[in-house]
Design a protein around this ligand. Structure first.
Ligand code: BES
Ligand code: ZN
Ligand code: ZN
Length: 484
C-alpha cells in the first residue's frame, strides 16, 4: 500500500473518503448533509465509537466516530481496530484507493488509524490462485503528521509483513537453510548490518549440544544465524542488546510426538527468530542509534530413527548438562545455547528472547499479550512494559522466584528440560533459559499466545501476526532517549 500525505477537500473529494471525527469541538464543517448530521449526532449520544457509511456513488464516505477523551493508548488501539473494519468494507467492495481526512484530530490518532488500516490489509495469499483485493493507495490529509515519521512507520510495517510471510510459510518451503539464506541476502543490502551463518559443522565445533540434539531427527541441516547491526558513528564498543529468537521451523514434538490437533500451526514455531530478525532489520532501515545482535538458532524438530530421545543427557554450549525428559520441550534447548553464546561473546547490555515456548502461556493469558520474565533486568523490563502499553503490544510479568529452581533440577544431570508437574509451565521454561544467561541482564518473552492467530482478531488476519515487533522497536527507540 502506498501512503501519500496530501491535502484533501472533504466536500469536493471524488473517491472513497474516511472522515475521522473524535471531538465535537473539532470546529470543522462536516462533509455531511443536514440529515446525515442528525443521524450521526443522535448516534453519538449513545455511543462514541462507530462507523457510519454514507453513499457517495460510486464511492462511499466512511464517517468514523471515536472518543478522543479516552486514555491515549486505548483511544489509539480502538482506532486501529476500527480502521481494520473500514479496510474490510473497502476491500469487500474491491476498492483500491481511499483518502483519510483528519482535521481536528491529533497526529497520533491519525497515525494509529493508518497503522490499523495498513496492518489489516495483509493476507497470506501467495498460494491462492485468485489474489484477494488489497488497498493500493492511501492519501492522508493531516497537517501535523510528519512525512519522515510516516516513512519510518512504512518501513516498520513492511518488516512486520515480511515477518508474517516467513512465519506463514510452511516448512516445505522454508527450512532452516533457506531461512538463513534469506536473512543473509537481506542483510547484504542493508547498511551497517552483517550476517554470519553457521552450518552443521560449525555448530558441531561450537559444541552447541542443544541445537544439535534437536536437529538429530531432521533430514535438514540446522543453522545458527548471527545478525549484527552497528549504527554509523557509534562507538564500536557499545554493549549490544542481544535479541535471541526461537527458530523451530516446524515442531512435531519429536519422539514425544504431538497428539491430535496439537501439531497443526506448528510451522509458526520459528516466529521468535522471524520477530528478532525483523526488529533488527527495521532498526537498521530507520538507522536507530542502538547496537544490536540477533542470535537465531534454527532447526525443525522431528522424530526419526536417529532422533534425540527422552532420557538422553546432552551437554550444552556452556558445559551445563541437561536430561531430556520430553523431546517436545525443544525450544529451550536451542535457545539455551544461543543465550549462553550471547552471554559469553558479546558482553550484552541485555539479552531478550522471543519464543513460542509454552502452551501454558496461552492457557494463562490467551491471545491478548506476552508472558514475560526477567532476571537482573528490572529496569529494562519496566520500560518494555510501559512502551508495550503505548503501542498496545502488552506484556505481563511472571515471577522468577527461586523456589521454581527445584522443579527443573535433575537426578542425573544439572538440569531437566521439562518438569514432572503440570504447574507453572511458562515460568519453569523461563527459569531454564535464565540459567544460561548467567549474570547478564535477561528478559524472556513467551509469545506462544500471540505469534499466530487461529482466526482473525483486531487488525490481524488469520495466521502470523508479527506481534512483538512494534513493541521491541518502540523499546529500542526509547533506549536512545534514555541515554540522553
Ligand atoms: N512450540 C511449543 C509451544 C507452543 C504450544 C507454541 C502452542 C504455540 C502454541 C513448545 O515447543 C512445546 O511443545 N512446549 C511444551 C512444553 C512441555 C513439553 C514441557 C508445551 O507447552 O506443552
Ligand atoms: Zn515442542
Ligand atoms: Zn516448540
Amino acid at each position: 500500500m502506498n501512503h501519500t500525505l496530501n491535502p484533501v477537500d472533504a466536500k469536493t473529494y471524488e473517491g472513497n473518503l474516511i472522515y475521522l471525527y473524535g471531538d465535537e469541538a473539532a470546529g470543522r464543517t462536516l462533509p455531511l448533509s443536514r440529515k446525515e448530521i442528525e443521524v450521526v449526532r443522535e448516534r453519538r449520544e449513545h455511543e462514541r465509537d462507530f462507523v457510519a457509511v454514507f453513499d457517495r456513488l460510486p464511492y462511499h464516505l466512511y464517517f468514523v466516530s471515536f472518543d478522543s477523551e479516552r486514555q491515549a493508548p486505548d483511544c489509539q488501539e480502538r482506532l486501529r481496530c476500527t480502521a481494520a473494519k473500514v479496510l474490510r468494507m473497502l476491500t469487500a467492495d474491491g476498492d483500491a484507493d481511499a483518502a483519510i481526512t483528519a482535521g481536528g484530530t491529533l497526529p497520533e490518532e491519525v497515525a494509529a488509524f493508518v497503522e490499523g488500516l495498513t496492518l489489516a490489509d495483509y493476507s497470506f495469499d501467495r498460494y491462492i490462485s485468485k489474489t484477494p483485493h488489497h488497498l493500493q493507495n492511501l492519501t492522508i490529509d493531516s497537517l501535523f503528521l510528519k512525512p519522515a515519521e510516516l516513512e519510518a512507520s512504512e518501513r516498520l510495517w513492511n518488516r512486520i509483513f515480511w515477518c508474517r510471510e516467513w512465519v506463514n510459510l510452511p516448512v516445505q518451503d522454508l527450512n532452516a537453510a533457506q531461512f538463513a539464506e534469506e536473512l543473509a541476502s537481506i542483510a547484504a543490502d542493508l547498511e551497517g548490518v552483517s550476517c554470519t551463518v553457521m552450518d552443521l559443522k560449525q555448530i558441531q565445533s561450537l559444541r552447541m549440544g542443544g541445537l544439535l540434539a534437536v536437529n538429530r531427527g531432521s533430514v535438514d541441516e540446522p543453522r545458527f544465524v548471527v545478525l549484527e547491526y552497528k549504527p554509523k558513528g557509534r562507538q564500536a564498543k557499545e554493549q549490544p542488546i542481544c535479541l535471541v529468537g526461537k527458530g523451530i521451523m516446524f515442531d512435531t514434538g519429536g519422539l514425544n510426538i504431538k497428539p491430535g490437533d496439537y501439531m497443526s500451526e506448528m510451522k509458526s514455531d520459528m516466529a521468535g527468530a522471524a520477530t528478532m530478525a525483523s526488529v533488527l532489520f527495521a532498526a537498521a532501515d530507520n538507522r536507530l542509534p542502538v547496537h544490536l545482535v540477533a542470535l537465531l538458532p534454527m532447526t525443525d524438530n522431528r522424530p526419526s530413527a536417529n532422533a534425540y530421545a527422552p532420557d538422553d543427557i546432552i551437554t550444552m554450549y556452556d558445559g551445563t548438562t541437561v536430561e531430556v525428559v520430553n523431546t517436545d520441550a525443544e525450544g529451550r534447548l536451542i535457545l539455551a545455547d544461543a543465550i549462553a553464546y550471547a552471554a559469553k561473546n558479546y558482553n550484552p547490555n541485555v539479552i531478550i528472547t522471543a519464543a513460542t515456548l509454552t502452551g501454558a502461556a496461552v492457557r494463562a493469558i490467551s491471545t491478548f499479550g506476552i508472558a514475560a520474565m526477567q532476571q537482573n533486568a528490572d529496569r529494562p523490563m519496566t520500560l518494555l512494559r510501559l512502551v508495550g502499553e503505548q503501542v498496545y503490544e502488552r506484556l505481563v510479568e511472571f515471577p522468577m522466584w527461586r523456589e521454581y529452581d527445584e522443579m527443573i533440577k535433575s537426578s542425573f544431570a544439572d538440569l531437566r528440560n521439562s518438569t514432572s508437574s503440570p504447574q507453572a509451565g511458562t515460568i519453569t521454561a523461563g527459569k531454564f533459559l535464565a540459567h544460561f544467561a548467567g549474570d547478564s541482564p535477561f528478559i524472556h518473552l513467551d509469545i506462544a499466545g500471540v505469534a499466530y492467530f487461529s482466526k482473525a482478531q483486531q487488525y490481524y488476519c488469520k495466521g502470523a501476526s508479527g506481534y512483538g515487533i512494534r513493541l521491541l522497536y518502540a523499546f529500542l527507540q526509547m533506549q536512545d532517549m534514555m541515554k540522553k
